[in-house]
Design a protein around this ligand. Sequence first.
Ligand SMILES: [Zn+2]
Length: 313
Amino acid sequence: MIIRIAGTPVSPGETAKIDANIAKLPSGTIIDIPIIVHRSKKPGPTLLLLAGMHGDEINGVEIMRRIIREKLYKVDKGSVICIPIINVYGFINFSREVPDGKDINRSFPGNRNGSLASQVAHFLMEEIIPHIDYGIDFHTGGARINNFPQIRVKADDEENLKLAKAFGTRFTLNSPHRDKSLRKEAFKHNKRILVYEGGESLRLRKNAIDEGISGMLRVMKYLDMRKEAPASKYQTKMIARSSWIRAKAAGLHYSDVRNGTTVENKEVLGEICDPFGTFQNKIKMPGKGHVLAVNNNPVINRGDALYHIGYEE
Ligand SMILES: [Zn+2]
């Protein structure tokens, strides 16, 4: 079978770089979205590796750069489609969204005649998703929230769980499908997308990059696309549910807890103080759980999400 993307056919045994053009900027400038497709001569599944859906989430872009630079897409069986920066428009503006302010991952399945975010979603649904069996969508926390490396899947699906276990991050978070997301729309077509979250926006974080790459290699091995993959340091913990600890007051926020650790009930996570020395409040755990993310903003408002806590049951 031939994979055809943006008019370019790629046959088994071929590697191609395709420049897809989805939209022009208001200046008339055409921005290409580079896509690298590698097809082994031997049949097997097709895996999508996608990053930069949120244009300021750079760890995924670096993960993709290393996959391409080290030719990790050269699988023994099946095919790999690499899209290092799907939201090129946001990437050049250091922005999560596309320039009209819309979030691509809330715009699926999209529309050819819709907004820019909707056009990008439509391109993925029409030109990419029909070719694939599985996907890994690389993200980070937004707005200076540092996500400890984690996989998010809808855990009531057995195939999803197997893929998440194969990826082997410390945490696998049960995460119901959100409306208009790639994960939900692809699932309707029986395609499974793992969402990898690691690190924070606009910051390269080595552990999140390394874990993303090694997890991706383990998924390839699980799918029998390659023989070798680095072993995981972890037996992944299933997180059944999670919730945010939010700021009870506005002020300065100091975090004392290490991201990714397990914390007992009533243990102190950090402090909120006002800048004028009036108060200094400790933030305590509401039960035993795992720290999945920490907000690194030093100045916070009442109600801001500070710590994402995961519970095993
Ligand atoms: Zn994201």
